[in-house]
Design a protein around this ligand. Structure first.
Ligand code: ADP
Length: 426
C-alpha cells in the first residue's frame, strides 16, 4: 500500500522546526529560499530585507551568489525594488524584452548579474510582508526565458509568507535577546555606579578626616579641601547625567519647543568647551552652513546634542588631534556631524553605542571616564523630534557621529537622512 506523504517528511515541516528551534534567521531563510527554487524551478533565489531608514534592500540570503554583499536601492530600477514599492508580485519572462508592457516604471538592473557572473533571463519577485507592511522581497531567477508559469507567483507568495513569519519570529527572538542584554547591562551598570560613587565618597571621607588633623597647616588644609571639591564635583556630574537621561527618557520637556538655529547653538556650545579642548590639546573647528534650516525641538534639550557629541570627540581624541563640528542643510533636514581624528570604535561595536550603558571596549580599556548614557540621551532627543542618529568610524583613525533632524516647517514630509552610506545607523 502506498504510504501517505507525511507532513513531518515535508520541507515545510523542516522549515517550521528550524524556525521554532533557532534564533538565527539566516539558516531558516536559506531553507525557505531553497524550497522556493525547487517549487518554481528557479536557478537562484534571493531574500531581500528592507531597510526603510536607508531605503535599501539587502540580500540576507542569495542562493548562487553566496559571498557577494547584495544591496540595492529601493527604487523602480530593479525588479525587486519594483515588487517592494508597487507592493505586488511581478513576473518578467525575459529581462531583455520591453518591460514597459508589464509596467512603464519597471526596469531590470543587470549590475548584480555583472558582479556575480550570471545571466538572468526570467525573474519572479514577490513582496515579503509582516502584518500587511512590506518588509522585504523574495526573488527567483532563471537563466531560461519564460521559465516561470503563471501559477508560480502563487507558490512564491506562499513562500514569501513563510519568510515573513521567519522574519517576524526571529525579530521577536532578537527583541528578547536585546531585553536580556539590557537587563544584564543594567545590573553591570548598577555595580559600576555603586563603585563610581563609593570610591570618591570614600576618598572625600578620608580627605576630610585628614584635613581635621592638619589644622595648623593652612596650605595643606587648602590643598585637601580643593581635592574634596574636585571629588564631589565628579559625583555630582555623574548624578546629573543620570538625571538628565532619565528626564529625557520620561519625555519631559525642559524648555520650550520652538524652531532652533542649530548652527548658532553649535557655535555657542563649542565656545563654552574651549577650555576643555585646550586642556586636552585637541583643535576644534566649526563648519557651519549659514543657510541650514532651523529644526523644531526643545530648546532646553537641544544644547545637550552638541555638548555630548563635542565632549565625546574631545574625550576620545588624543592631544594633537582635531574635532570638527559641522552643521548643514541635508535631505530636507539639518545634519549635525562631530568628526574627530580620535581612537575610533571597533567595527563590531558601532551599533551598540546608542544603547544604555554601553561603552566600547577601547574606551573602557583606556580608562576614559564615562557612563555610556550620553549617546542614549542624544538618540532619544533626536527621535523625539523626528530625527535620527548614526555613526561611522575607523578604529584608531577617527569617528563621525551624526544627528539628523527634519527641517521646519514641521509638517514637512521627513526626508531620508543622507550621509548614512555604509555607516551604522542607530
Ligand atoms: P560615555 O562617553 O559617557 O561613555 P556616551 O553614551 O556618550 O557615553 O558614549 C558611549 C560610547 O561611545 C563611549 O563610551 C565610547 O566607547 C563611544 N564613543 C562616543 N563618542 C566617541 C568618539 N567620538 N570616538 C570614539 N568613541 C566614542
Amino acid at each position: 500500500m502506498e504510504r501517505r506523504a507525511s507532513f513531518r517528511d515535508s520541507p515545510w515541516y523542516s522549515i517550521l522546526e528550524s524556525l521554532l528551534g533557532q534564533v538565527d534567521r539566516e539558516p531558516t531563510l536559506r531553507a525557505v529560499a531553497e524550497l522556493a527554487c525547487r517549487e518554481v524551478q528557479a536557478d537562484r533565489a534571493t531574500v531581500f530585507v528592507l531597510d526603510p531608514a536607508r531605503r535599501t534592500l539587502s540580500g540576507i540570503v542569495a542562493l548562487g551568489a553566496e559571498g557577494y554583499p547584495l544591496e540595492i536601492p529601493l527604487d523602480f530600477d530593479s525588479v525587486a525594488g519594483f515588487a517592494a514599492l508597487a507592493d505586488r508580485s511581478v513576473r518578467v519572462d525575459d529581462v531583455g524584452a520591453d518591460l514597459a508592457c508589464i509596467d512603464p516604471r519597471l526596469r531590470f538592473n543587470g549590475r548584480i548579474d555583472e558582479r556575480v557572473g550570471y545571466e538572468t533571463r526570467a525573474v519572479l519577485a514577490t513582496p515579503i510582508r509582516e502584518r500587511g507592511s512590506v518588509i522585504g522581497v523574495m526573488e527567483a531567477l532563471s537563466g531560461t526565458p519564460a521559465r516561470f508559469a503563471p501559477g508560480d507567483a502563487d507558490r512564491l507568495e506562499d513562500l514569501a509568507a513563510v519568510a515573513g513569519l521567519v522574519l517576524h519570529v526571529s525579530g521577536l527572538y532578537q527583541d528578547i535577546k536585546d531585553l536580556r542584554e539590557v537587563e544584564r547591562r543594567k545590573s553591570d551598570f548598577i555595580d559600576l555606579l555603586a563603585h563610581e560613587i563609593k570610591e570618591p565618597i570614600a576618598a572625600v571621607h578620608m580627605l576630610a578626616d585628614y584635613a581635621n588633623t592638619v589644622e595648623n597647616d593652612p596650605a595643606e588644609r587648602k590643598r585637601l579641601l580643593e581635592r574634596i571639591v574636585l571629588r564631589t564635583q565628579q559625583v555630582t556630574s555623574l548624578v546629573n547625567e543620570l538625571l538628565e537621561v532619565s528626564r529625557v527618557k520620561r519625555g519631559l520637556v525642559l524648555g520650550e519647543v520652538r524652531p532652533v538655529d542649530l548652527g548658532a547653538l553649535g557655535a555657542a556650545t563649542v565656545r563654552s568647551m574651549e577650555d576643555m579642548a585646550e586642556r586636552r590639546g585637541v583643535k576644534v573647528t566649526l563648519d557651519l552652513d549659514p543657510d541650514a534650516p532651523k529644526a523644531r525641538l526643545d530648546d532646553g534639550l537641544a544644547p545637550y546634542l552638541f555638548t555630548n557629541l563635542v565632549s565625546n570627540a574631545l574625550k576620545y581624541t588624543d592631544g594633537g588631534g582635531t574635532a570638527r563640528l559641522r552643521v548643514h542643510g541635508d535631505g530636507g533636514g539639518v545634519m549635525i556631524e562631530a568628526i574627530d581624528t580620535g581612537i575610533g570604535v571597533p567595527p563590531g561595536e558601532l551599533r551598540r553605542l546608542f544603547t544604555e550603558f554601553y561603552r566600547a571596549t577601547n574606551a573602557r580599556s583606556r580608562g576614559v571616564d564615562g557612563t555610556g548614557l550620553g549617546l542614549v540621551a542624544v538618540k532619544e532627543i533626536a527621535e523625539r523630534f523626528g530625527g535620527r542618529v548614526g555613526v561611522d568610524s575607523a578604529l584608531g583613525k577617527g569617528s563621525r557621529f551624526w544627528v539628523w533632524l527634519p527641517a521646519l516647517p514641521s509638517e514637512h514630509e521627513p526626508g531620508i537622512p543622507p550621509g548614512a552610506d555604509g555607516a551604522a545607523e542607530a
